[in-house]
Design a protein. Sequence first.
Length: 175
Amino acid sequence: MRVRLVKDFSFESAQTLPQAPAGHKCRRMHGHSFKVEICVEGEVDPATGWFYDHAEISAAMKPKLIWIRTTPCDEAVHNRAGMTFHRFSADCDAYNRVADQIMAELNVPVIDLYAFTLNLGDDLYCDHVHFQEPVREKQAAFLAGWLVAFTEHGNAQPSAARDTAAEVTRAIAVQ
């Protein structure tokens, strides 16, 4: 007998779009709701009387925590005259050190966006906060490559996933 199992999941996200025109509703913090429907279909196993365990679907959809290290700070860019908010390299370094220690204790995988971005050169920022478009593209490709390697290796950070992520990093950095 052929059966179909369907399980729904929902999640929420929030964002701001600070570059939206003044007064635009999306310039403020706002959220979106999403629904994901997982459907599996197949033949019932005569030995067990079932096709697939719903618990396996739930386990596969369980959120995964991954830490992304904060990006480097260029004090000459971040602390120009007239800036109302200042960012310091020592603070970023301390923040990453503490976060690294906590994530290691909790066995949470870490994406080192800090080192990756630092290796892209000197002309990183287009203003006091945002990176140049080519930098953002390389960061996005690095993050995507890391996540692909991570998921292809069983949501763990075995040496193969680290090696794949390192290869992606080298390939993107030289582009």
